[in-house]
Design a protein around this ligand. Structure first.
Ligand SMILES: Nc1ncnc2c1ncn2[C@@H]1O[C@H](COP(=O)(O)OP(=O)(O)OP(=O)(O)O)[C@@H](O)[C@H]1O
Ligand SMILES: [Mg+2]
Length: 239
């Protein structure tokens, strides 16, 4: 039996007493490649922030390898690509290398070089973040997410701004991180057609768990209709 990397039990989270996540129960085994899909406002980003311990649930529990996120993060990193990166970071004269190192100072330099190399941006390492294109910047933040050599990698809409060629590369990198390095990957995405081929498992989230399972079972009209009731043509039909 694989270890449980992430366990969510009876999880509730509200903003201003309105629940945006309700009764979430989920076990993510080590080595899983999970895609999380759902409409805007479904609670996907909130769920990742709960897993990271950035916010605390009003009810229920988050466990990372059997301990709370705070406890886990004392000794182990979790890789995270946030959905929205504060614009103010671009005002500061950070280089790509400094960005990738930031937050991982206690880790060895090898990891920084490795992360830059994985995303093929070693040649950009002396460039300032504000001098990069949107896609290059996204790769720099992806490199930052893996530079700590995490066992768990959480990516919130990683394909934003990535061109079609780089997209194929990114998907291969994620597959290799999962297959070759055994990293548990959780990807929040609206790019359902793409990740239907990549993820081992898909979670459909809309405030509650709508369904969970293998892509070919989940991406059927009956489930997609539950997730996106306002649509009559579902994204996977063009896959
Ligand atoms: N800081 C906040 N204060 C109040 N409400 C918030 C806050 N952050 C998020 N929300 C609300 O929580 C709900 C879930 O937001 P969340 O960002 O988790 O959705 P999401 O599934 O990631 O959406 P998207 O696909 O648009 O990124 C939304 O209704 C949102 O308006
Ligand atoms: Mg989001």
């Amino acid at each position: 039996m694989p270890l449980k990397a992430i366990t969510l039990t009876n999880l509730y989270y509200s903003f201003d007493s309105i629940f945006v996540l309700e009764d979430i129960n989920l076990e993510i085994p080590e080595g899983c490649y999970l895609g999380i899909i759902g409409p805007n406002g479904a609670g996907k980003t909130t769920l990742l922030r709960l897993i990271l311990g950035i916010i605390k649930p009003q009810r229920g529990q988050v466990l990372i390898y059997g301990v709370t996120p705070e406890e886990y993060l004392k000794s182990e990193p979790i890789g995270y690509l946030p959905q929205r990166i504060s614009q103010t970071i671009y005002e500061f004269p950070f280089t790509v290398e400094e960005l990738v190192r930031s937050g991982h100072e206690k880790f060895k330099k090898d990891n920084i070089e490795w992360a830059l190399d994985v995303f093929k941006i070693s040649h950009l390492k002396k460039k300032l973040i504000r001098e990069l294109s949107g896609g290059q910047r996204q790769k720099a933040f992806l490199a930052r997410a893996i530079a700590c050599r995490p066992r768990i990698l959480l990516l919130d809409e990683p394909t934003t701004g990535i061109d079609p060629y780089s997209m194929d590369e990114l998907l291969q990198i994620l597959e290799s991180l999962n297959q070759d390095f055994g990293i548990t990957i959780v990807v929040v995405t609206h790019d359902i057609a793409t990740f239907a081929h990549e993820a081992k498992c898909i979670l459909c989230l809309n405030r509650k768990v709508v369904c969970l399972g293998e892509p070919q079972r989940i991406l059927k009209d009956e489930y997609m209709g539950m997730l996106y009731p306002e649509h009559t043509v579902f994204p996977h039909k063009n896959a």
